[in-house]
Design a protein around this ligand. Structure first.
Ligand code: GTP
Ligand code: MG
Length: 234
């Protein structure tokens, strides 16, 4: 029996999924997906956005770009998902994409211990290059390969806590387990941050070290004076 998603499922927001080419939006956010080559970055993003999965491995060259549109309550959110390549030779290229990312999904594969150990270097790079307020999700992909598991869930949970990351979960691009939900969860985090920054204004600068309620105005791109803007969502 296939596992049910373990994230999301709350009723904090009414969620409506919108087509990939939906033109209007109120807020847009950039999400970057990083991690070693072969951990499933392209497959996971493709599963989340297009609900398809490819067994055949084709390494990403540079990056690929996908769009995920959804409505949380009355706010139309456009997520620009940057699926990067994991190969070492392209590392310097990727560093250009960290900038302006609101959230990073750091992916490893549960059947590949090395990919989990390398999370340290991805995290260091992220902290050096990205906005200090960037949200970070740690995601263990290939959860369908339980019999080949090399990374215990507990080790990843501990890593998330020790490094003050925002979320840890496991996914499977193959079965779809948590694939769409992790992207929806990202949208919820970013939308909540946006609402908090609106509510708290500059006061939040005092809490820069706090993960919650921090000011993330620089992380969101509210559409201003743009004919694509349908309405204000708050
Ligand atoms: P680079 O583009 O080289 O950085 O790799 P990537 O991280 O984008 O990996 P990709 O998504 O191309 O997947 C690599 C291989 O792993 C492919 O053969 C996929 O079919 C396989 N794969 C990806 N996700 C899963 C998963 O959840 N479960 C299983 N069993 N295989 C997966
Ligand atoms: Mg790829």
């Amino acid at each position: 029996m296939e596992k049910e998603d373990t994230i999301g499922g709350d009723d904090e927001f009414n969620i409506e999924y919108l087509p990939e080419d939906y033109a209007q939006y109120d807020l847009s956010f950039k999400i970057i997906v990083i991690g070693d080559s072969g951990v499933g970055k392209s497959c996971l993003t493709t599963k989340a956005v297009k609900n398809s999965f490819e067994e055949y491995y084709q390494a990403t060259v540079g990056f690929e770009f996908l769009t995920f549109n959804l409505k949380l309550n009355d706010c139309i959110i456009k997520l620009q998902i940057w699926d990067t390549c994991g190969q070492e030779i392209y590392r310097s290229l990727i560093s250009n994409f960290y900038r302006n990312s609101s959230l990073a999904i750091m992916l490893y594969a549960i059947d590949n211990l090395e990919s989990f150990e390398h999370t340290n270097s991805w995290l260091t790079e992220l902290k050096n290059q990205a906005n200090p307020e960037v949200r970070i999700f740690l995601v263990g992909n290939k959860a369908d390969l339980e019999e080949n598991r090399k990374v215990p869930k507990e080790a990843a949970e501990k890593y998330k806590i020790d490094n003050n990351l925002d979320l840890f979960c496991e996914t499977s691009a193959k079965t779809g387990y948590n694939a769409k939900s992790v992207i929806v969860e990202a949208a919820k985090y970013l939308y909540r941050d946006y609402l908090n920054s609106k509510a708290n204004g500059k006061e939040d600068n005092k809490n820069n070290n706090e993960k919650t309620g921090q000011k993330l105005n620089s992380n969101s791109n509210e559409v201003k004076n743009n004919d694509k803007k349908k309405k204000c969502c708050v």
